[in-house]
Design a protein around this ligand. Structure first.
Ligand code: ATP
Ligand code: MG
Length: 374
C-alpha cells in the first residue's frame, strides 16, 4: 500500500475530525495502475504549525482553510511557493467570491472547495488532487528513466565505437612506422584486421540506425503478402556460405502459406536468428528452422546444436549491447544488437520472442508474430 501525506489545516477541530474520518478511509486507484493509494492524515489548526509540519514531515496534499487565526491560508500558500515545494492544495473557503478563488489559484491552490460541502464533494476533490499528483510523479519518473537509458545507451555506444577505432589506429601506426619492415606483405594481417574492425563499425552504425528508426516509428513499413517459403529460403541462402565453411547443416520445414508482413522486418528477424545459430554453433552442427500458423499468428522456431547458454545467460538477452562473454564466444565478432533489434520488430506485430537453451547442447528461439496469416 502506498501513502500520500494529506495535511488538513483548519481551525475548527470538528471540521478537521470529520474530514480526517472521511479521507482516512479512502482508497485511490487508477485504472491501469496496480498500486492502491491511501491517505496518511496530518492535521493542525494554524498556518504557523502547518509550516513546521511541512518543514519537518513534508506533505503531498493539503486541505487548507482560507480563514485561520494568525497567518491566513493564502500566506501559507505563499510560503510553500517560496520554498519551491509542490503540494497539491484544495482551498476551503466560506465565501466563494470570484476574488478569493482567483487569488487562491494564483497562489498555487489547485482547487477551491466551498463551505458547506458534502462528503462526496470532499472526497472528489481529494481524489482529484491525489490522482493529479500520482500522474505527475509517474511522468517525472518516466522522464528520469528515459534520460538514464539514453545516457547508458550513449555510454555503451561510444565505448563500442572507440575500441575498433583504437585497434585500427594501432594497426595504421604499425604500418606508418614500417615496424615490420618494407615488405607490404608483412602488413597483410594488420590490414585484414583493420578492415574487419571497420566492417564491424559499419554494421554497428547501420544497426543503430535501424534501432532508432524502429523506436521512433520513422521506419516506413510496407505490409504486403509474401510467400513465407520464398523469404525463408532466401535468408537461408544468405547464411549458407558461413554455415558450409564450418560444416553446419541448415534444414527447414516450412509449409507453403502466405503472410502479410513488411518483408524487411521478416528478413531482419530471420537473419538474426540464422546468423546467431551459425555463429554460436559448433563445427559440424545443425540448424533447423520451422514455421507454422496458429490461427492468424505465425510461429517461427530456430533450433541449433550450438554452444547453448545457461539459464542466467538467457535472462540477459534482448537488451542492447548484450553479449555473453566466455571462452567459447570470445573470438566471435558481434555488436550485441541483433536480438534487441529483433525484439523491437517483433513488438511491432504484438508478438513475442522466447528462448530455451542448454549450455553445451544448443538453443531454440521461438518468435510469434500476431495477425499476419490471412
Ligand atoms: N543461438 C545462440 N546460441 C548461443 N548463444 C546465442 C545465440 N544467439 C545469441 N546468443 C548470445 O546472445 C548474445 C546476443 O546476441 P545478439 O544477436 O543480440 O548479438 P551478437 O550476435 O553478439 O551481435 P550482432 O549485433 O552482430 O547480432 C550473443 O553475443 C551470444 O552470446
Ligand atoms: Mg547476432
Amino acid at each position: 500500500m502506498n501513502y500520500l501525506k494529506l495535511l488538513i489545516v483548519d481551525d475548527d477541530p470538528r471540521m478537521r475530525e470529520s474530514c480526517a474520518m472521511l479521507l482516512g478511509l479512502m482508497k485511490i486507484k487508477l485504472p491501469w495502475l496496480e498500486d492502491e493509494y491511501s491517505f496518511k492524515i496530518l492535521e493542525t489548526g494554524t498556518a504557523e504549525e502547518a509550516q513546521s509540519i511541512i518543514d519537518e514531515q513534508g506533505a503531498d496534499i493539503m486541505l487548507l482553510d482560507q480563514r485561520l487565526p494568525g497567518l491566513q491560508g493564502t500566506d501559507l500558500l505563499e510560503y510553500i511557493a517560496e520554498k519551491g515545494l509542490d503540494i497539491q492544495t484544495v482551498m476551503i473557503t466560506g465565501n466563494a467570491t470570484l476574488d478569493t478563488a482567483v487569488n487562491a489559484t494564483r497562489n498555487g491552490a489547485s482547487e477551491i472547495l466551498v463551505k458547506p460541502f458534502t462528503p462526496e464533494e470532499l472526497r472528489a476533490s481529494a481524489s482529484k488532487a491525489a490522482k493529479f499528483l500520482i500522474l505527475q510523479r509517474i511522468v517525472s519518473k518516466l522522464d528520469e528513466e528515459r534520460k538514464k537509458t539514453r545516457f547508458e545507451f550513449i555510454r555503451v555506444l561510444s565505448h563500442e565505437l572507440k575500441s575498433p577505432l583504437g585497434a585500427v589506429t594501432g594497426y595504421l601506426n604499425i604500418i606508418k612506422s614500417r615496424a615490420l619492415g618494407d615488405d607490404l606483405a608483412s602488413y597483410e594481417t594488420a590490414i585484414d584486421r583493420s578492415l574487419l574492425r571497420l566492417e564491424g563499425m559499419r554494421r554497428l552504425i547501420s544497426d543503430m540506425l535501424d534501432l532508432t528508426r524502429i523506436e521512433s516509428g520513422v521506419k516506413a513499413r510496407n505490409i504486403e503478402d509474401h510467400k513465407l517459403t520464398e523469404i525463408i529460403s532466401d535468408m537461408i541462402e544468405g547464411v549458407k556460405t558461413a554455415a558450409t565453411e564450418r560444416n553446419i547443416t541448415v534444414t527447414a520445414d516450412i509449409p507453403d502459406f502466405t503472410v502479410s508482413v513488411d518483408r524487411v522486418d521478416l528478413e531482419i528477424i530471420l537473419t538474426n536468428l540464422l546468423t546467431n545459430a551459425v555463429k554460436y554453433n559448433k563445427d559440424g552442427g545443425n540448424i533447423n528452422l520451422t514455421a507454422h500458423k496458429i490461427g492468424r499468428a505465425l510461429k517461427i522456431q530456430c533450433r541449433d546444436t550450438g554452444i547453448g547458454m545457461t539459464e542466467e545467460e538467457v535472462t540477459k538477452l534482448f537488451k542492447e549491447f548484450t553479449r555473453i562473454r566466455n571462452e567459447q564466444t570470445k573470438n566471435i565478432l558481434g555488436n550485441g544488437l541483433g536480438l534487441s533489434i529483433l525484439k523491437k520488430i517483433v513488438s511491432l506485430y504484438n508478438g513475442d520472442v522466447s528462448v530455451t537453451s542448454k549450455k553445451g547442447e544448443g538453443s531454440e528461439f521461438t518468435v510469434i508474430l500476431q495477425g499476419v496469416v490471412n
